[in-house]
Design a protein. Structure first.
Length: 333
């Protein structure tokens, strides 16, 4: 029996958010209001909920993944002891069926109804620690700086073929910019190192995950952030599915026989990192190098085998973290 009597759906945008609360589990008995997406707006939301008889004890709050726009709402509502369910927007859309029309109020109402209908499957959001938020923000900034630097260098290299004089001018003008970007990137690396060293749990998980051949510091930090210190997934397969490295069967009757393939819904950043880790592991780990060579000789496609290695790396990291141990290399016969 669920403890929740009321279901609050929130549709978030940059400047404001729409809230619809379904009272006493009755879809026909719902109330809507719009609030500013700031601390004052969230306090007004709590006051409005109280007027509807909705409190943190009897209300399930549901909202979609909206990145930075929803962080303030989640952080504040958790501080007010509300139970929050942060769900994929695609799951909400597909569960409701065919819908016509769209606006913010309607979206909030659909989210509230989704929470009511699937309350027994609710996964209560556990807010990451402040250190994890800092690492996530630093990684995001690092990625933007690397992209900016690569764009400047690429543009200069493209001009070399057509206009040498323009290339020299470009290199002269953005020389200091690139140096500044490199300096900022080094400072970010220092900040990340300090955060890991100063936190005992982070340091432990980081050392365990990077002990797996092929797993580097950035991939380890991505895994820590996306799994909230390996607390969000109960099995390695769940994490591997999230990373998009688990192949699924596609068959129907006698006519449709498609070879197993990974699903397109995945964390693309993490998948990209694991791909590079797999290539590194195949070169540096004798066991995986032997596995790769053997499977290719058997006629398996290289991409299929690389994906299998990505899957193995996820399972190895999870085994080390869950077992609280450092990875031990095995001798290849």
């Amino acid at each position: 029996m669920s403890k929740f009597k009321h279901f609050l759906g929130i549709d978030v945008s940059k400047e404001y958010f729409d809230a619809v609360v379904i009272v006493d589990g009755n879809k026909e008995k719902s109330f809507h209001c719009q609030f500013d997406n700031d601390s004052k707006g969230i306090k007004s939301l709590c006051k409005w909920l109280k007027e509807q008889g909705s409190t943190y004890k009897n209300t399930l709050v549901c909202l979609e993944h909206t990145g930075m726009y929803g962080r303030l709402i989640i952080r504040n509502l958790i501080s007010f002891k509300f139970d929050i369910w942060v769900e994929m927007s695609l799951k909400i859309i597909r569960s409701i069926g065919v819908q016509r029309g769209k606006n913010d109020k309607l979206d909030a109402e659909r989210i509230a109804y989704y929470a009511l209908k699937n309350v027994n499957e609710a996964i209560i959001h556990k807010a990451p620690r402040m250190e994890i938020d800092k690492i996530r923000n630093l990684l995001s900034l690092r990625e933007k700086l690397i992209t900016t630097k690569a764009t400047l260098v690429r543009n200069a290299n493209e001009f070399k073929q057509f206009d040498v004089a323009a290339t020299k001018l470009f290199e002269k003008l953005h020389k200091n910019t690139i140096k500044g970007l490199q300096k900022d990137l080094k400072n970010i690396e220092i900040q990340l190192d300090n955060l890991i060293k100063e936190d005992q749990n982070l340091s432990k998980i980081y050392n365990q995950s990077t002990s797996v051949p092929g797993i580097g510091r950035i991939t380890s930090l991505f895994l820590i952030c996306y799994t909230n210190e390996f607390t969000m997934y109960s099995t390695p397969r769940q994490l591997a599915c999230y990373a998009g490295v688990v192949p699924f069967e596609y068959t129907s009757g006698k006519s449709i026989r498609v070879r197993p393939k990974v699903h397109y819904l995945a964390n693309k950043k993490l998948k990209k990192q694991l791909h590079m880790c797999a290539l590194s592991a195949i070169r540096s780990d004798p066991e995986l190098k032997h596995y790769f060579s053997r499977k290719v000789e058997e006629g398996k496609s290289k991409m299929l085998v690389i994906n299998n290695v990505r899957n193995k790396l996820v399972h190895r990291v999870c085994a080390c973290v869950r077992g609280n141990k450092i990875f031990e290399k095995r001798q290849v016969a």
